[in-house]
Design a protein around this ligand. Sequence first.
Ligand code: IPM
Ligand code: MG
Length: 372
Amino acid sequence: MTTTRHVLITPGDGIGPEVMAEVKKIIAWINDENLSHLQVTECPIGGASIDAHGVPVTDETIELGKKADCVLLGAVGGPKWNDVDYAIRPEAGLLKIRKELGLFANLRPAIVFDALIAASTLKPEIVRGLDIMIVRELTGGVYFGEPRGIFNMPNGERQGVNTQTYTTSEIHRVARVAFDLARKRNNKVCSCEKANVMESGKLWREEVTKLHVDYADVELTHMYADNCAMQLLRNPHQFDVIVTDNLFGDILSDEASMLTGSLGMLPSASLGERDKSGHQNALYEPVHGSAPDIAGQNKANPLAAILSFAMALRFSLDLPALADHIDAAARNVLDKGLRTADIMAEGCTLLSTSEMGDAIINELKTQVKKAA
Ligand code: IPM
Ligand code: MG
Protein backbone atom coordinates (compact mmCIF):
# COMPACT_ATOMS: atom_id res chain seq x y z
CA MET A 1 0.00 0.00 0.00
CA THR A 2 1.33 3.45 -0.83
CA THR A 3 1.46 6.06 1.93
CA THR A 4 -0.76 9.07 1.46
CA ARG A 5 1.24 12.31 1.34
CA HIS A 6 -0.36 15.67 2.03
CA VAL A 7 0.36 18.58 -0.24
CA LEU A 8 -0.90 22.12 0.35
CA ILE A 9 -1.16 24.14 -2.85
CA THR A 10 -1.26 27.93 -2.61
CA PRO A 11 -1.47 29.18 -6.20
CA GLY A 12 -1.44 32.89 -5.31
CA ASP A 13 -1.73 35.66 -7.89
CA GLY A 14 -1.00 36.56 -11.50
CA ILE A 15 0.49 33.62 -13.37
CA GLY A 16 0.64 31.63 -10.08
CA PRO A 17 -2.69 29.82 -10.66
CA GLU A 18 -1.78 29.08 -14.30
CA VAL A 19 1.58 27.48 -13.58
CA MET A 20 0.16 25.61 -10.58
CA ALA A 21 -2.63 24.20 -12.77
CA GLU A 22 0.12 22.36 -14.68
CA VAL A 23 1.58 21.01 -11.43
CA LYS A 24 -1.91 19.83 -10.44
CA LYS A 25 -2.20 18.01 -13.77
CA ILE A 26 1.04 16.16 -13.03
CA ILE A 27 -0.16 15.30 -9.52
CA ALA A 28 -3.44 13.95 -10.94
CA TRP A 29 -1.46 11.84 -13.39
CA ILE A 30 0.76 10.45 -10.60
CA ASN A 31 -2.36 9.48 -8.63
CA ASP A 32 -4.12 8.00 -11.68
CA GLU A 33 -1.07 5.86 -12.46
CA ASN A 34 -0.90 4.76 -8.81
CA LEU A 35 2.71 5.92 -8.66
CA SER A 36 1.92 7.45 -5.29
CA HIS A 37 -1.02 8.95 -3.48
CA LEU A 38 -0.79 12.71 -3.12
CA GLN A 39 -3.68 14.37 -1.36
CA VAL A 40 -4.06 18.01 -2.30
CA THR A 41 -5.61 20.84 -0.27
CA GLU A 42 -5.77 24.30 -1.78
CA CYS A 43 -5.73 27.75 -0.12
CA PRO A 44 -5.38 31.28 -1.44
CA ILE A 45 -2.28 33.30 -0.55
CA GLY A 46 -1.13 36.85 -1.30
CA GLY A 47 -3.59 39.11 -3.09
CA ALA A 48 -6.06 36.26 -3.57
CA SER A 49 -6.14 35.80 0.21
CA ILE A 50 -6.51 39.57 0.78
CA ASP A 51 -9.56 39.49 -1.50
CA ALA A 52 -11.05 36.42 0.19
CA HIS A 53 -10.09 36.97 3.86
CA GLY A 54 -8.66 40.50 4.22
CA VAL A 55 -5.16 39.20 5.04
CA PRO A 56 -2.39 37.90 2.74
CA VAL A 57 -2.21 34.59 4.60
CA THR A 58 -4.63 33.20 7.19
CA ASP A 59 -3.69 31.36 10.39
CA GLU A 60 -5.57 28.37 9.01
CA THR A 61 -3.34 28.29 5.92
CA ILE A 62 -0.25 28.50 8.13
CA GLU A 63 -1.51 25.59 10.26
CA LEU A 64 -2.30 23.51 7.17
CA GLY A 65 1.19 24.32 5.87
CA LYS A 66 2.77 23.06 9.07
CA LYS A 67 0.84 19.79 8.92
CA ALA A 68 1.37 19.12 5.22
CA ASP A 69 4.34 17.16 3.91
CA CYS A 70 5.01 20.22 1.79
CA VAL A 71 3.55 23.45 0.48
CA LEU A 72 3.63 24.23 -3.25
CA LEU A 73 3.33 27.96 -3.89
CA GLY A 74 2.75 29.77 -7.18
CA ALA A 75 3.54 33.48 -6.91
CA VAL A 76 2.18 36.50 -5.04
CA GLY A 77 1.54 40.17 -5.77
CA GLY A 78 0.18 42.44 -8.45
CA PRO A 79 -0.78 46.05 -9.17
CA LYS A 80 -4.26 45.53 -7.71
CA TRP A 81 -2.79 45.40 -4.20
CA ASN A 82 -0.07 48.05 -4.60
CA ASP A 83 -1.87 50.53 -2.38
CA VAL A 84 -2.80 48.25 0.49
CA ASP A 85 -1.14 48.76 3.84
CA TYR A 86 2.49 47.59 3.93
CA ALA A 87 1.89 45.03 6.68
CA ILE A 88 -0.80 43.22 4.70
CA ARG A 89 0.66 43.42 1.21
CA PRO A 90 0.70 40.12 -0.73
CA GLU A 91 4.47 39.89 -0.14
CA ALA A 92 3.86 40.06 3.63
CA GLY A 93 1.91 36.79 3.30
CA LEU A 94 4.89 35.07 1.73
CA LEU A 95 7.27 36.43 4.38
CA LYS A 96 4.88 35.34 7.13
CA ILE A 97 4.50 31.77 5.92
CA ARG A 98 8.31 31.50 5.54
CA LYS A 99 8.80 32.81 9.09
CA GLU A 100 5.98 30.84 10.77
CA LEU A 101 7.09 27.59 9.16
CA GLY A 102 10.70 28.30 10.15
CA LEU A 103 11.92 27.93 6.55
CA PHE A 104 15.43 29.22 7.18
CA ALA A 105 17.19 27.54 4.25
CA ASN A 106 16.24 28.60 0.74
CA LEU A 107 17.81 26.47 -1.98
CA ARG A 108 17.96 28.13 -5.38
CA PRO A 109 19.71 26.05 -8.01
CA ALA A 110 20.82 27.77 -11.20
CA ILE A 111 21.28 25.10 -13.86
CA VAL A 112 21.97 25.82 -17.51
CA PHE A 113 20.15 23.42 -19.85
CA ASP A 114 22.20 22.79 -23.01
CA ALA A 115 19.17 23.49 -25.18
CA LEU A 116 18.82 26.96 -23.65
CA ILE A 117 22.41 28.17 -23.89
CA ALA A 118 21.45 30.65 -26.59
CA ALA A 119 18.78 32.15 -24.31
CA SER A 120 21.41 33.44 -21.88
CA THR A 121 22.73 36.93 -22.48
CA LEU A 122 26.19 35.62 -21.60
CA LYS A 123 28.59 33.95 -24.01
CA PRO A 124 27.95 30.19 -24.40
CA GLU A 125 31.44 29.27 -23.16
CA ILE A 126 30.79 31.16 -19.91
CA VAL A 127 27.53 29.39 -19.04
CA ARG A 128 27.71 25.92 -20.67
CA GLY A 129 27.23 23.12 -18.14
CA LEU A 130 26.71 25.52 -15.26
CA ASP A 131 25.24 24.10 -12.04
CA ILE A 132 25.30 26.43 -9.03
CA MET A 133 23.33 26.09 -5.80
CA ILE A 134 22.59 29.27 -3.90
CA VAL A 135 21.65 28.71 -0.27
CA ARG A 136 19.91 31.84 0.96
CA GLU A 137 19.15 32.41 4.65
CA LEU A 138 15.39 33.09 4.63
CA THR A 139 14.01 33.92 8.07
CA GLY A 140 16.51 36.43 9.44
CA GLY A 141 18.58 39.44 8.50
CA VAL A 142 17.23 42.77 7.35
CA TYR A 143 13.94 41.22 6.17
CA PHE A 144 12.87 40.63 9.78
CA GLY A 145 15.25 42.64 12.00
CA GLU A 146 13.91 45.12 14.56
CA PRO A 147 13.64 48.06 14.84
CA ARG A 148 12.03 48.74 11.52
CA GLY A 149 9.67 51.39 10.27
CA ILE A 150 9.39 54.94 8.99
CA PHE A 151 9.88 57.37 11.87
CA ASN A 152 9.35 61.12 12.27
CA MET A 153 12.50 62.83 13.49
CA PRO A 154 12.58 65.85 15.84
CA ASN A 155 13.97 67.98 12.99
CA GLY A 156 10.91 67.29 10.86
CA GLU A 157 12.63 64.79 8.57
CA ARG A 158 11.39 61.23 8.15
CA GLN A 159 13.73 58.29 8.66
CA GLY A 160 13.35 54.81 7.15
CA VAL A 161 14.87 52.13 9.37
CA ASN A 162 15.64 48.45 8.83
CA THR A 163 17.97 46.37 10.91
CA GLN A 164 20.32 43.59 9.86
CA THR A 165 20.80 41.03 12.61
CA TYR A 166 22.23 37.51 12.71
CA THR A 167 22.93 35.24 15.65
CA THR A 168 25.49 32.44 15.74
CA SER A 169 22.79 29.74 15.65
CA GLU A 170 21.06 31.36 12.66
CA ILE A 171 24.38 31.39 10.81
CA HIS A 172 25.35 27.85 11.81
CA ARG A 173 22.11 26.16 10.78
CA VAL A 174 22.08 27.63 7.29
CA ALA A 175 25.82 27.08 6.81
CA ARG A 176 25.35 23.43 7.80
CA VAL A 177 22.78 23.03 5.03
CA ALA A 178 25.28 24.51 2.57
CA PHE A 179 28.15 22.26 3.70
CA ASP A 180 25.93 19.15 3.65
CA LEU A 181 24.75 19.98 0.13
CA ALA A 182 28.30 20.63 -1.06
CA ARG A 183 29.30 17.14 0.08
CA LYS A 184 26.74 15.70 -2.35
CA ARG A 185 27.95 18.00 -5.14
CA ASN A 186 31.41 19.37 -5.92
CA ASN A 187 32.48 19.88 -2.31
CA LYS A 188 32.94 23.65 -2.48
CA VAL A 189 31.21 26.38 -0.46
CA CYS A 190 31.63 30.10 -1.05
CA SER A 191 30.25 32.19 1.82
CA CYS A 192 29.24 35.76 0.92
CA GLU A 193 28.77 38.81 3.14
CA LYS A 194 30.13 42.32 3.56
CA ALA A 195 32.50 41.67 6.46
CA ASN A 196 34.43 44.76 5.34
CA VAL A 197 31.60 47.12 6.34
CA MET A 198 29.03 45.22 8.43
CA GLU A 199 29.43 43.66 11.88
CA SER A 200 26.77 41.09 10.97
CA GLY A 201 28.99 40.17 8.02
CA LYS A 202 32.08 39.90 10.22
CA LEU A 203 30.20 37.57 12.57
CA TRP A 204 28.89 35.59 9.60
CA ARG A 205 32.44 35.03 8.30
CA GLU A 206 33.82 34.10 11.74
CA GLU A 207 31.02 31.64 12.50
CA VAL A 208 31.09 29.96 9.08
CA THR A 209 34.86 29.57 9.55
CA LYS A 210 34.34 28.01 13.00
CA LEU A 211 31.75 25.57 11.68
CA HIS A 212 34.06 24.60 8.85
CA VAL A 213 36.11 22.57 11.37
CA ASP A 214 33.29 19.97 11.18
CA TYR A 215 33.51 20.02 7.38
CA ALA A 216 37.24 20.08 6.77
CA ASP A 217 36.74 17.91 3.66
CA VAL A 218 34.73 20.72 2.01
CA GLU A 219 36.64 23.61 0.41
CA LEU A 220 35.51 26.92 1.94
CA THR A 221 36.11 30.37 0.48
CA HIS A 222 34.77 33.75 1.58
CA MET A 223 33.79 36.54 -0.75
CA TYR A 224 32.34 40.01 -0.34
CA ALA A 225 28.84 40.00 -1.81
CA ASP A 226 29.59 42.76 -4.31
CA ASN A 227 32.58 40.82 -5.61
CA CYS A 228 30.39 37.70 -5.83
CA ALA A 229 27.89 39.64 -7.98
CA MET A 230 30.75 40.48 -10.33
CA GLN A 231 32.33 36.99 -10.28
CA LEU A 232 28.98 35.39 -11.17
CA LEU A 233 29.14 37.18 -14.51
CA ARG A 234 32.92 36.95 -15.01
CA ASN A 235 33.46 33.26 -14.24
CA PRO A 236 30.39 31.52 -12.78
CA HIS A 237 32.04 28.08 -13.09
CA GLN A 238 34.22 28.85 -10.06
CA PHE A 239 31.11 28.36 -7.85
CA ASP A 240 29.48 25.21 -6.52
CA VAL A 241 27.45 26.15 -3.43
CA ILE A 242 27.07 29.81 -2.42
CA VAL A 243 25.77 30.49 1.10
CA THR A 244 24.63 33.98 1.99
CA ASP A 245 22.17 36.07 3.97
CA ASN A 246 18.55 36.91 3.17
CA LEU A 247 19.06 40.17 1.25
CA PHE A 248 22.26 39.28 -0.62
CA GLY A 249 20.69 35.91 -1.44
CA ASP A 250 17.63 37.63 -2.89
CA ILE A 251 19.82 39.70 -5.20
CA LEU A 252 22.45 37.11 -6.11
CA SER A 253 19.79 34.48 -6.94
CA ASP A 254 18.04 36.82 -9.38
CA GLU A 255 21.40 37.51 -10.97
CA ALA A 256 22.26 33.81 -11.17
CA SER A 257 18.90 33.08 -12.77
CA MET A 258 19.85 35.19 -15.75
CA LEU A 259 22.90 33.00 -16.38
CA THR A 260 20.40 30.25 -17.19
CA GLY A 261 18.52 32.31 -19.77
CA SER A 262 15.16 32.80 -18.12
CA LEU A 263 13.75 33.42 -14.68
CA GLY A 264 10.93 31.16 -15.91
CA MET A 265 13.16 28.11 -15.44
CA LEU A 266 14.27 28.43 -11.83
CA PRO A 267 12.81 26.34 -9.01
CA SER A 268 13.39 26.75 -5.29
CA ALA A 269 12.99 24.87 -2.03
CA SER A 270 12.63 26.46 1.40
CA LEU A 271 13.30 24.08 4.25
CA GLY A 272 12.90 24.16 8.02
CA GLU A 273 14.52 22.11 10.74
CA ARG A 274 13.63 18.40 10.85
CA ASP A 275 11.84 17.59 14.13
CA LYS A 276 12.25 14.45 16.23
CA SER A 277 9.38 12.69 14.45
CA GLY A 278 11.19 13.26 11.15
CA HIS A 279 8.77 15.92 9.90
CA GLN A 280 10.28 18.92 8.16
CA ASN A 281 8.29 21.99 7.09
CA ALA A 282 8.98 22.77 3.46
CA LEU A 283 7.74 25.12 0.77
CA TYR A 284 8.52 24.95 -2.92
CA GLU A 285 8.05 27.85 -5.30
CA PRO A 286 9.31 29.09 -8.63
CA VAL A 287 11.79 31.96 -8.22
CA HIS A 288 9.82 34.08 -10.71
CA GLY A 289 7.12 36.48 -9.60
CA SER A 290 3.44 36.78 -10.49
CA ALA A 291 4.13 38.51 -13.86
CA PRO A 292 0.83 40.45 -13.95
CA ASP A 293 1.62 41.67 -17.49
CA ILE A 294 1.13 38.18 -18.94
CA ALA A 295 -1.32 36.76 -16.37
CA GLY A 296 -4.43 35.02 -17.67
CA GLN A 297 -3.03 34.61 -21.19
CA ASN A 298 -1.85 30.99 -21.01
CA LYS A 299 1.64 32.25 -21.94
CA ALA A 300 3.66 31.75 -18.77
CA ASN A 301 6.42 29.16 -18.51
CA PRO A 302 5.29 26.46 -16.04
CA LEU A 303 8.72 24.76 -15.92
CA ALA A 304 9.98 26.58 -12.81
CA ALA A 305 6.85 25.50 -10.92
CA ILE A 306 7.12 21.96 -12.30
CA LEU A 307 10.84 21.75 -11.40
CA SER A 308 9.97 23.08 -7.91
CA PHE A 309 7.51 20.22 -7.60
CA ALA A 310 10.33 17.85 -8.61
CA MET A 311 12.38 19.27 -5.72
CA ALA A 312 9.39 18.56 -3.43
CA LEU A 313 9.25 14.96 -4.66
CA ARG A 314 12.95 14.64 -3.85
CA PHE A 315 13.23 16.46 -0.49
CA SER A 316 9.76 16.11 1.10
CA LEU A 317 7.74 13.36 -0.56
CA ASP A 318 10.33 10.61 -0.69
CA LEU A 319 9.78 10.01 -4.41
CA PRO A 320 13.26 10.66 -5.85
CA ALA A 321 12.72 8.46 -8.92
CA LEU A 322 9.71 10.54 -9.96
CA ALA A 323 11.78 13.68 -9.37
CA ASP A 324 14.43 12.33 -11.73
CA HIS A 325 11.74 11.57 -14.31
CA ILE A 326 10.44 15.16 -14.17
CA ASP A 327 13.95 16.61 -14.48
CA ALA A 328 14.58 14.36 -17.49
CA ALA A 329 11.19 15.22 -19.00
CA ALA A 330 12.00 18.95 -18.80
CA ARG A 331 15.37 18.36 -20.46
CA ASN A 332 13.81 16.25 -23.25
CA VAL A 333 11.04 18.72 -23.96
CA LEU A 334 13.62 21.48 -24.35
CA ASP A 335 15.85 19.25 -26.51
CA LYS A 336 12.86 18.70 -28.81
CA GLY A 337 12.67 22.46 -29.34
CA LEU A 338 9.41 22.93 -27.43
CA ARG A 339 9.36 26.40 -25.87
CA THR A 340 7.14 28.86 -24.05
CA ALA A 341 7.40 32.49 -25.16
CA ASP A 342 10.05 33.53 -22.60
CA ILE A 343 12.58 31.00 -23.99
CA MET A 344 11.41 30.93 -27.61
CA ALA A 345 14.15 30.71 -30.24
CA GLU A 346 14.35 30.41 -34.01
CA GLY A 347 13.32 27.02 -35.36
CA CYS A 348 11.56 26.05 -32.12
CA THR A 349 7.87 25.35 -31.52
CA LEU A 350 5.95 27.86 -29.41
CA LEU A 351 3.77 26.30 -26.70
CA SER A 352 1.22 27.77 -24.32
CA THR A 353 1.41 27.15 -20.55
CA SER A 354 -1.03 24.24 -20.72
CA GLU A 355 0.61 22.74 -23.82
CA MET A 356 3.96 22.76 -22.00
CA GLY A 357 2.32 20.94 -19.07
CA ASP A 358 0.90 18.35 -21.50
CA ALA A 359 4.30 17.95 -23.18
CA ILE A 360 5.88 17.20 -19.79
CA ILE A 361 3.21 14.60 -19.01
CA ASN A 362 3.79 12.94 -22.40
CA GLU A 363 7.50 12.74 -21.65
CA LEU A 364 6.75 11.36 -18.17
CA LYS A 365 4.63 8.60 -19.69
CA THR A 366 7.55 7.56 -21.89
CA GLN A 367 10.05 7.79 -19.00
CA VAL A 368 7.95 5.71 -16.64
CA LYS A 369 7.27 3.08 -19.30
CA LYS A 370 11.02 2.86 -20.02
CA ALA A 371 11.84 2.48 -16.34
CA ALA A 372 9.21 -0.26 -15.77
C1 IPM B 1 11.94 36.25 -3.68
C2 IPM B 1 11.07 37.48 -3.79
C3 IPM B 1 10.54 37.83 -2.41
C4 IPM B 1 11.73 38.18 -1.54
C5 IPM B 1 9.49 38.93 -2.38
C6 IPM B 1 8.32 38.64 -3.30
C7 IPM B 1 8.98 39.18 -0.97
O1 IPM B 1 11.78 38.53 -4.37
O2 IPM B 1 11.42 35.22 -3.22
O3 IPM B 1 13.09 36.31 -4.08
O4 IPM B 1 12.21 39.32 -1.55
O5 IPM B 1 12.19 37.30 -0.83
MG1 MG C 1 13.69 37.94 -5.11
